[in-house]
Design a binder for this molecule. Sequence first.
Ligand code: HDE
Length: 750
Amino acid sequence: MPADEPIQASIPSTEKPPAPRPIAEQPFDPMPPQGPDAAVDTNAKVASLEPFRDAPRGAVLTTDGGLPISNTDDSLKAGVRGPSLLEDHHFREKMTRFDHERIPERVVHARGSAAHGYFQVYEPLADLSRAVFLNDPSLRTPVFVRFSTVVGSRGSADTVRDVRGFATKFYTPEGNFDLVGNNIPVFFIQDGIKFPDVVHALKPEPANEIPQAQSAHDSFWDFVSLVPESAHMVMWVMSDRAIPRSYRMMEGFGVHTFRMINANNEAVLVKFHWRPLLGAHSLVWDEAQKLAGKDPDFHRRDLWNAIETGAAVEFELGVQVMSEKDELPFGFDLLDATKLVPEELVPVRRIGKMVLDRNPQNFFAETEQVAFHLGNLVPGIENTDDPLLQARLFSYIDTQLTRLGGPNFAEIPINQPLVEVVNHQQDGFHRDTIMTNTANYHPNSIGGGCPFLAGDAGFVHRQEKVHGQITRVRSESFRDHFSQATMFVASQSPVERRHMIEAFRFELGKVIRKPIRERMLGILREVDPDLAEQVALAIGVAVPTGPIQVPPGTSAPGARGDNGGVRVSAALSLENQPKTSIATRKVAVLVANGFDGAAAAAVKAALTAGGAIVEIIAPVLGVIGAAKGAAVEADKTFKTGASVFYDGIFVPGGESSCAALAGNGDAVHWIQEAYKHHKTIGASGEAIDVLVLAELGDAMLAGDEGAEDIVIDKGVVTGRGKDAATLAESFARALATHRHWDRDCDAIPA
Ligand code: HDE
């Protein structure tokens, strides 16, 4: 570029990108969207991938070099029954490419699913940050979000007990901003140098690579029982938060404290929160385990299907804003990632909404190759000195060198920002850009001085005072390891607390070495003595007495703080999540020939009106005849489906249908299992007798034939009368409460 030419603003507008195409309908159309709708597309990133999409139809098969291929079924041989020949270039190329299809999976978060969408701020945040995407409510910033589990390999099951990753790449007009969070607001360790240790302990043991995607083994509990700073996060992982119902129904957290800087160069500290509009909800542990076998893709399928069917996947972004003047405003250190800021101290300010509305078209190209990095910041958002965060700044770049095969991973289409990239980086494996500028250094004169520096318009680190001597010592302000763990346990509802006790019993019950079990009870005793006693009852060791010991070098617990005076925080219990919507909840309607079609239709109408999904389950696929009303086509059978795929079950009456279901052990098992998993159950007419047969514990059912009353007890909704519509509406209302914990179902054999 000549020196006297003005610098062009190179930021493409994200305001009026082309219209979205329904992927399911046109998965292989490489043409950019056209027509009047083009103006409403907000997903400029999806559009930017267009030139890379390739789905040749009707074209001739070629080698990578473009040579037309006439036969790809028989290798070149010396004689029809003779040996294959090395000169068969096509065979060698085909096999070589196949042999090298795999890249290393992520060392953590290997199993993931992603979606495209956009983020829009509600109102300008000029008081907090000068980031452009946080100041223009008309701007829809494209995002790509990858949800993940942490421990398991790429092919592991979705519903294991684990932390979930929640990583968002914002393709902003000032470059990429990556918010790489989890669904749990704190972390196991305080300093990133311990990350390899905690991950080694958590991953399968090295001798036999057992167990897959589980923390229930000796090495994990060995580690956390020796590292008391992990106590708070361990409580979260043993809670229902670690078995979410859906990626669409879990919260996300930035975990670390970040800094926002406004145009006046004033800074505040912030914690980021993602809030699902559907509320956060969890599975039941027995259900999660069964799902891991019956549908290992449960969360992946759920996210994919929701987007394919047009159900919006929506999260609000919130921030807790704190002054940076006071280093320890609440008695604990905001740079310590094992601490959260109770919402009683600093409420969450909701600043914008993210909508995920496009599935990726190629898992490898997009979901697998996306690379997040905490150094991807925009002016107005900065990192802090949190020692866990600092380590991540190195690791996320470093890990891609092996995983994505070299330093040019930012050129992979999904990782490219929507703004122009101009710098003097060059060469290396997998370099695509053809640099035509002779001056590949700065400063230069022969290239007209290009590229120029952005000056104050660029990313300028805010000047922060750093003081202190070089040291390898943990800050004293990090040593309150238990008060927030205690607050978390105290904030759980009685049912959630029971689930935690059961989780600890399960996990520690699988630990072979008794001293580890015992040592862990010592940690639990520090968190909540009653919890420790309850766990001890089932794991064959007693709660130890005496102070807990930590190995030399490990951060020993210091004095307990008062956690800013907060002992119980309502935001920490899932019981306080919104429970008003049935949108995208799945209900199975169990039928056999001769079912009451009118009752089934009423339920379907009530549920679909609220956005729920209804599937018909029958002994066989095909058309199932109704005694009255319309016949239906079965979606699944009792064998190809499972009660754990659904949030509720409805059984319509009909004499012959109910007789068939009563005699079908699988159908009865579906009902019992759904009841045991605290799901909404409904039945009309003769189907109530099927529930009686299933012996649903202490739930009351509607009375004799002809009675008009609808009985709703512990999430079981029954009615023998004729008012199918009222029954259906009662069932839909019960479904919205998610799960019915007031059941006594220990005796149910499912
Ligand atoms: Fe990560 N983490 N992490 N992590 N992390 C990775 O980066 C690491 C931490 C998180 O969908 C890796 O690209 C260190 C906290 C998510 O692609 C790796 C430390 C939080 C993802 C890495 C942490 C996270 C990763 C593996 C301690 C929540 C998946 C592949 C200092 C705030 C991103 C990769 C995706 C992935 C390192 C701690 C979240 C190895 C060293 C805390 C969501 O670089």
